[in-house]
Design a protein around this ligand. Structure first.
Ligand SMILES: Nc1ncnc2c1ncn2[C@@H]1O[C@H](COP(=O)(O)OP(=O)(O)OP(=O)(O)O)[C@@H](O)[C@H]1O
Ligand SMILES: [Mg+2]
Length: 274
């Protein structure tokens, strides 16, 4: 379904993504982990064509995504919706309008300018919000919602595009453990029920292990691990993060128990430093 061949992205002398090759046969829930600067975001941005690769190619269902231009490129971008750590909603706009903006690619300029949405789209947006458990918030301003609720609005906006694939760049990095769980549960359900591929950059091992079918570990632009959650042992994780023997699993944990211990702050700081 998805074929990545020798994908490389350089910024001057710095190689952010270095000859990455991956093959995904069917829609899978994939977690990408790795230290800061490993190239995780750059890889997702190339897949979505927000950034162009320096070399290599991406093929999806036989179509070379890296070669698409103009309208074909925009159509692809709507086929693979992105979700970001900071939600990227319009804060002062109501929730349902934020979700409806997921259809902008498919609508005319005039309708867009006057914020005119077909009734059928409005009903669909409400249905999607309902599915994510936040339909009650539809008329509220996005900025009045909690982080977890805002991320679910962003997921709803993505679903409005009816994407083949959802690319999530650190979707839970700004959320507390409880909201992180709600958002990851939502992504997993979308994968299970709709058969959509989900690729998420994750900064914690336990989340990758718990929610993903396949985990990709990146280090300095390269794929250094590609396996099942069960194969992601502490030793494998240490190699991915380039950590020494003092590497602690707790430092990459979002588990509620891990954060409720007296060492709470120290753990969060260790996690931020990774
Ligand atoms: N637009 C850019 N211009 C120059 N260098 C960039 C640009 N974007 C990324 N890089 C560099 O590419 C490398 C990979 O960055 P990337 O953001 O993909 O890492 P990451 O794994 O997502 O890190 P993090 O966990 O901190 O989000 C880094 O060295 C970064 O400085
Ligand atoms: Mg990143």
């Amino acid at each position: 379904m998805l074929e990545i061949e020798n994908l490389t992205k350089s910024f001057g002398a710095n190689t952010a993504v270095d000859s990455v090759s991956l093959s995904v046969a069917r829609p899978t829930m994939i977690g990408i982990i790795g230290a800061s600067g490993a190239g995780k975001s750059t890889l997702l941005r190339i897949l979505n064509r927000m950034t162009d690769a320096t070399a290599g190619r991406v093929t999806v269902e036989g179509r070379e995504v890296t070669a698409l231009r103009g309208a074909d490129k925009r159509a692809w971008q709507s086929d693979c919706a992105m979700i970001f750590q900071q939600f990227n909603l319009v804060p002062r706009m109501d929730v349902v309008s934020n979700v409806l903006h997921g259809t902008l690619n498919a609508r005319g300029t005039l309708a867009t300018m006057f914020n005119l949405f077909p009734t059928a789209d409005i009903h669909r947006a409400i249905d999607i919000l309902d599915r994510l458990g936040i339909a009650d918030h539809a008329p509220k301003r996005a900025e009045s919602l909690s982080g977890g609720q805002q991320q679910r609005v962003a997921i709803a906006r993505a679903l409005m595009q009816d994407p083949k694939m959802i690319l999530a760049d650190e979707p839970i990095a700004s959320l507390d453990p409880m909201n992180a769980q709600i958002v990851m549960d939502a992504l997993r359900r979308i994968h299970d029920e709709d058969g959509r591929m989900v690729i998420a950059n994750l900064h914690t091992l336990d989340t990758a292990r718990r929610y993903c079918d396949r985990v990709i570990g990146m280090r300095m632009g390269r794929v250094v691990f590609d396996g099942s959650p069960a194969q992601l042992t502490t030793g494998a994780a240490r190699d991915i993060y380039g950590a020494d023997s003092s590497f602690s699993e707790a430092a990459t944990s979002t588990a509620i128990e891990a954060l409720e211990t007296p060492g709470d702050r120290a753990l969060q700081e260790a996690e931020a430093a990774l």
